[in-house]
Design a protein around this ligand. Structure first.
Ligand SMILES: NC(=O)c1ccc[n+]([C@@H]2O[C@H](COP(=O)([O-])OP(=O)(O)OC[C@H]3O[C@@H](n4cnc5c(N)ncnc54)[C@H](O)[C@@H]3O)[C@@H](O)[C@H]2O)c1
Length: 289
């Protein structure tokens, strides 16, 4: 693994000069900062965002520093909006060099609450706006001549992520979960279909709770590999463990606590000052000072 320092992140900045960047969700947060970074290094930026007011403010900020940016209202869930966004880039700058499908949302309306909507006595399908924005719209924004199955790859990683995220909740209710990942079955006898079915069967029937929440891999003609939960945390994650493990030592905890409060103070200082002033004023009022 290679550590890339903050300075090194900008070491190829020359390559951004004059390039045309199309970004969704550039009005706020990470997208906004990304727009400012590209613009600072001379890229021309086209922003599409639901938040047109915010996008216009970012464009004004870029242009006030001598940069070049435009924006339009764009809902990444609407194909026509995306087409219009790319057309804006072509019309204004004649090219699209970099595409950043950044627009994203947190979990909206958890479809796994167990509550259902019913119409005419039939259960309606769950709404999954988070998947629509964070997966489907990202594929739509990056749409191109992909050489190999991009939807398929995205969908299977999404299923693995879904299985892992369901795991703690289902564990608590003593319900098993697993995902089975076979290599090609149809027409290619590397993985016999009976073995795939066997993996599904074993994933469902194994009484050992520690084998729930595991991916079951059928990679070739050899037997099934069950990736144990702990193994899943190893691999790449093992390499990262020093960075991601919860702090255990006193000094590390103290360092992170100070860091957290420093950030909170930076973000909420105006609110804290106002609340304190109101508090002092109320105290003074009630005590008749
Ligand atoms: N902030 C984090 O801690 C974090 C962590 C991991 C991943 N991410 C991902 O980074 C990306 C940006 O996150 P952020 O924290 O800057 O979010 P943010 O909420 O600050 O900004 C998201 C932007 O996307 C826009 N947007 C949302 N839905 C849209 C839609 N349908 N069409 C067009 N624009 C839409 C919003 O108006 C907003 O301007 C997201 O994909 C998010 O999932 C963020």
């Amino acid at each position: 693994m290679t550590t890339v320092t903050d300075k090194e992140l900008h070491q190829h900045a020359d390559r951004a000069r004059g390039r045309v960047v199309v970004i969704t969700g550039g009005a706020n947060g990470i997208g906004r900062e990304t727009v400012l970074t590209f613009a600072r290094y001379g890229a021309k930026v086209v922003i599409g965002d639901l938040d047109l007011k915010g996008a216009k403010a970012v464009v004004a900020e870029v242009n006030s520093h001598g940069g070049d940016a435009v924006c339009m209202a764009c809902n990444v869930l609407k194909w026509d909006d995306l087409v219009d966004l790319f057309e804006l880039a072509m019309k204004k700058y004649g090219a699209v060099d970099v595409v950043i499908p950044n627009a994203g949302v947190n979990e909206i309306g958890n479809p796994f609450t167990g509550k259902v909507e019913v119409s005419d006595g039939r259960i309606l399908p769950p709404q999954m706006p988070t998947l629509d924005v964070n997966v489907t719209a990202v594929i739509h924004t990056s749409w191109n001549e992909f050489p190999i199955a991009p939807q398929y790859g995205a969908s299977k990683h999404a299923v693995l992520g879904l299985m892992l995220s369901l795991c703690p909740t289902l564990d608590a209710d003593n319900i098993r979960v697993g995902s089975v990942h076979p290599w090609y079955v149809a027409g290619v006898p590397l993985t016999p279909v009976s073995r795939v079915a066997g993996a599904v069967f074993c994933s469902a029937t194994d009484p050992d709770p520690s084998t729930s929440g595991c991916p079951w891999l059928l990679l070739d003609e050899r037997p099934v590999l069950r990736v144990n939960r702990d193994d899943l945390r190893l691999g790449l994650y093992d390499l990262l463990k020093d960075r991601i493990e919860r702090p255990t030592g006193f000094s590390e905890r103290a360092r992170r606590t100070v860091l957290l409060f420093t950030h909170l103070w930076r973000i909420f200082r105006p609110a804290i000052v106002v609340v304190s002033l109101v508090g002092v004023a109320s105290l003074a009022w009630f005590s008749g000072v």
